[in-house]
Design a protein around this ligand. Structure first.
Ligand code: SAH
Ligand code: DHB
Ligand code: MG
Length: 226
């Protein structure tokens, strides 16, 4: 008989995956998670399984320049920054100074301080500064900040990602609310994001629905055409 495909099953399966593929102690990620929880910050970081998907994608494109929107406690930051070559750099944008403080401690503890550039402020205000500093040529972009601005973050990222690079936008499905025409503004933004992607010839994009310990959601993965 089939198990009920509900949240209990998604959680149990994620626990199984964590208990098998990710059973080996990962001190940097475990410490980051513990510090994030201890600080009372929201527990909305990617799962261990999702973090390794990000790391695999970074490795696949040989990323030496990574851009992240939404640092929180630095969990995904650490997972991605660890894939960088010695001269690599991950730039991560965080609005909340309290989150940034906890994240920076976690990043330092993980031995990644030299490879991470953490910028505090609203990402839309930080982006022009990055541009004026000549930032660009990113190999991989992870968009995971305020969901209303996902389309704007994507548009900027596309202009600053090298051909052959990847842009990953998290949380586009939001429990299925993307198809709920009466839904909130953030869901409308994800619909608009898809309409925009459909018209954007510079990328080949797809949307994948996901279930797991963090519920029902999904992501957009876009390949910047050569
Ligand atoms: N990527 C993290 C989770 C990020 S949660 C991980 O998986 O480990 C989303 C983060 O985006 C929060 O820390 C929130 O403070 C931040 N954020 C919200 N609005 C923002 C904005 N306008 N600019 C930058 N960061 C923002
Ligand atoms: C939220 C943000 C995220 O990045 C996520 O993965 C899940 C939830 C949120 O803001 O609620
Ligand atoms: Mg997210």
């Amino acid at each position: 008989m089939q198990r009920p495909t509900d949240q209990d099953t998604y959680t149990a399966v994620d626990a199984f995956v964590e208990g098998t593929l990710f059973a080996e102690p990962d001190e940097a990620l475990a410490a980051a998670l513990a510090a994030t929880t201890a600080a009372g910050m929201p527990e909305i970081q990617v799962t261990a399984a999702q973090a390794n998907l990000l790391a695999i994608l970074c490795r696949t494109v040989n990323a030496s320049r990574i851009l992240e929107f939404g640092t929180l406690g630095g969990y995904s930051t650490i997972a991605m920054a660890r894939t960088l070559p010695p001269d690599g750099l991950l730039t991560t944008l965080e609005f909340d100074p309290d989150h940034a403080e906890v994240a920076w401690e976690n990043i330092e503890r993980a031995g990644l301080a030299d490879m991470v550039d953490l910028r505090i402020g609203a990402a839309l205000e930080t982006l022009p500064l990055l541009a004026s500093e000549g930032a660009g040529n990113f190999d991989f972009v992870f968009i995971d900040a305020d969901k209303l601005n996902t389309p704007a973050y994507f548009a900027w990222s596309l202009d600053h990602t090298r051909p052959g690079g990847l842009i990953f936008a998290d949380n586009v499905i939001r429990g299925g609310s993307i198809v709920d025409l009466e839904g909130d503004e953030a869901s409308a933004a994800q619909r608009m994001f898809h309409e925009y992607l459909a018209e954007e010839d510079r990328v080949s994009a797809t949307t994948i629905q996901t279930v797991g310990g963090k519920g029902y959601d999904g992501f957009v993965l876009a390949f910047v055409k050569k």
